[in-house]
Design a binder for this molecule. Structure first.
Ligand SMILES: *Cc1c(COP(=O)(O)O)cnc(C)c1O
Length: 360
């Protein structure tokens, strides 16, 4: 929680006047626990939240979140009553969808998603007419309008130029809308890397996910900032069985690992169903009593094995750190994700719901 508070403070420090934090807590707050994270953020003064689905939004209301909630993804029009009942703002990304929502007859607040070059969701930034028509729909109130950058985490010159092009396309649309008297409460562009690398971009909200949790998407990600963000999550388990096997013993499915000496092999009650990428088999290490111990054999659905031959004080019940610090050693989520050839966003969001969330 102190890391989360630090990150909120640091991110707020980066924001220009008029910009505020829209905390992205979709998918259980990137696996950190939507309830724990959102209620803590509310106590820290955060009053805007982003989720992927209407059900995630309803859960936030049930946890007592009273602020602004934006669904960034699709909500089936049959759920319009829930949007209205729970005061959840819906993203609309094309005209037909917006009409369907309006025709539900429920009064719904919306933010318009504008495609300025990512070519995922959104109305084209060039189509001022279509965007303008959304303001006329009977049951929709256009509370905001936003776009999403696709290369704000890159420092290549051509990516920098592409980002500038996206921002200009969005701002051009806004001026054309203003000229017609169509104004919204909020206009937003940046997410984590947009804020970190382009803090000067005018945006009513910074839609921050991964940076809030103190992680870089990838090891060595370029950040044009002095913000010091701290990892919020540690992932720990414990040894549940420990046995000594002679040289030449096979460990796990497929007999992919064979002991090269008498070895102490420990079993951990966590596996790929809990989000430990199976492709880490034979590649990654964990920490036991401040020392690195390699994973051995294939990672199973519910267990994995480690070699603690060189960690004499390891015993059943010893705490094992998969991500985090133990003594002088640290394993970062970024390190694991490099080994697994993925980004921390995916690793966090795949952490299984069987894990206990312990708040400290
Ligand atoms: C998930 C999401 C974000 C958060 O992105 P981060 O890179 O994790 O900060 C921002 N905006 C939209 C539209 C998203 O879907």
């Amino acid at each position: 929680m102190s890391a989360l508070a630090n990150n909120v403070k640091e991110l707020n420090r980066l924001m220009h006047k008029g910009c505020s934090l829209l905390a992205i807590v979709k998918d259980e707050a990137y696996g950190h626990g939507a309830k724990e994270i959102s209620t803590a953020l509310q106590r820290m003064g955060v009053d805007a939240y982003g989720v992927a689905t209407v059900d995630e939004g309803i859960e936030l209301r049930e946890y007592g979140i009273t602020g602004f909630i934006l669904v960034l993804g699709y909500t089936d029009p049959s759920r319009a009553t829930d949007l209205s009942k729970y005061d959840i703002t819906q993203t609309v990304f094309d005209e037909a969808y917006a009409r369907e929502l309006s025709e539900s007859g429920c009064d719904i607040k919306v933010h318009i998603a504008v495609d300025s070059g990512m070519h995922r969701l959104g109305l084209s930034a060039d189509d001022t007419e279509a965007v303008a028509r959304l303001f006329t729909l009977e049951h929709l109130t256009v509370d905001g309008i936003f776009t999403h950058l696709c290369v704000s985490d890159s420092h290549l010159t051509e990516d920098y130029e592409y980002t500038v092009y996206q921002v200009e396309a969005f701002n051009r649309l806004l001026s054309e809308l203003y000229a017609r008297g169509l104004k919204t409460r909020a206009q937003h562009i940046v997410s984590s890397y947009g804020l970190l690398n382009y803090p000067e971009i005018k945006s009513s909200y910074a839609r921050v996910g991964i940076s809030l949790y103190g992680a870089d998407s990838e090891e060595g990600a370029v950040k044009n900032t002095d913000a010091s963000l701290l990892p919020v999550m540690s992932l720990r388990t414990k040894i549940i069985q420990l046995r000594t096997f002679p040289e030449g013993s096979y460990i796990g499915y497929g007999r992919t690992f064979v002991t090269k000496r008498e070895s102490r092999i420990a079993v951990l009650p966590i596996g790929y169903a809990d989000g430990i990428p199976r492709c880490l088999s034979g590649k990654a290490s964990v920490l036991v009593n401040g020392k690195r111990a390699p994973m051995v054999g294939r990672i199973c659905m519910d267990q994995l094995m480690i070699d603690v031959t060189d960690i004499e004080d390891a015993k059943v019940g010893s705490v094992v750190t998969i991500v985090g610090t133990d003594g002088d050693e640290t394993i970062t989520a970024e390190e694991i994700c490099t080994q697994a050839d993925t980004i921390t966003n995916e690793f966090f969001s795949r952490l299984g719901r069987r894990l206990d969330i312990v708040v400290k």
